[in-house]
Design a protein around this ligand. Sequence first.
Ligand code: GAL
Length: 427
Amino acid sequence: MRSSRFFAAIGAAALILATTAACGEDSSSGGDASEVEVFTWWTSGSEALGLEALEGVLKDKYPDVKFVNGGVTGGGGSAKELLQTRLTANEPPDTFQVHAGKEAQDYIDAGQVEDVSDLYTKFSLNDVFPQDLVDMLTQDGKIYTIPSNVHRANVLWASIPALEAAGLPTDSAQFASIDDFIKALDTIKQKTPQVTPLTVGNTWTQVHLLETVLIAELGPDKYTGLFDGSTDWAGSEVKGALEKFAKLMSYTNADRESMDWEPAMQMLLDGTGAFNIMGDWVPALLDSKNLVAGVDYLYAASPGTEGVYDFLADSFSRCVGAPHKAGAEAWLDVISSKEGQIGFNKVKGSIPARTDIDLAAEGFSDYQQSAADSFKTDAIVGSIQHGAAATIQQGNDTNSAVSKFTTGAMDAAGITTLQQELAAAFA
Ligand code: GAL
């Protein structure tokens, strides 16, 4: 992974936190190995298939450890709230899905995840992950979670039949900027009024869209500056980006609040939607319907973000107070093993966090191989919605502000309020 301003900023934050008292217990072997309760929001489609792949590896490697699926639907937003309720009530699962970056740091600071440095040694993991990524999971020399994958958030997906029906070209050149994209959306609206130009789902997917607009309008450096105070959330560039976001939202489906990302993406497959901006957990859904890139659908960097990789990574913890510590340890072995990372990522759409896997030789898709190349060469920025650049509180406040805006009039006054609330969230 090439170094970037984003990773440097996260590293600096970890260093500051290193001066505070370390929370979490030391990890210890032993404990109850009869089962492992795994908390994720991977409950349907490709995400559930990814989890199932991991469950299969668990069965092979640890036939006596029963897999208990603690998954909840609702995507990152509501799942994280429920997890917080359980952690606060001292009813933790054995392990849960954590985003690398500010979000992982939150759980470390709260003393909710254990130091698992010894497992890095036990499972020979010390040299297999990119150091920048491990640094995001480390405090005071202790490593608290183990990464399972790396995702890219800023991807535009388009239905080729919908583009053709509206007479639009079927290459990505038309999406060099948000303004170009708006022209394409307008063409869809005029030429094929029965098709929703841009599909979205509920609030978290709208925040996801918003962050890609911020990246496009501010560029990677100024976007990263939003999280270290060097870019003003209250400034005119953010205002311009929010105006573009409002414009994009005007092309979206009215029933968006009722759906998660998958039904919103499904509209492209049903012929009722043309474009969607979503992370690269999408391809597995498209593959499962035997759809072919370049024939049925198009993918490209989200408008205006060519050369930028909006990064997020899932990792797994061992909870402080986990009822089945040895079960959690088995799970961490599974998700970090070569078999686990290959089986999981192939169906999940992400790329392995391990750097010692040959994607071409293992039969990863063309998209995944291209994502792995981009990860090495692009400017890396951190996702707000997916916890790399934003703390849990900042993520929650962003979701509330965006929800208030998109369920309201989405007018100039709404943009002003949204900007004030975002500025307050990251103050
Ligand atoms: C992200 C998570 C991904 C994927 C996505 C959609 O937050 O990191 O692995 O699950 O949500 O649910």
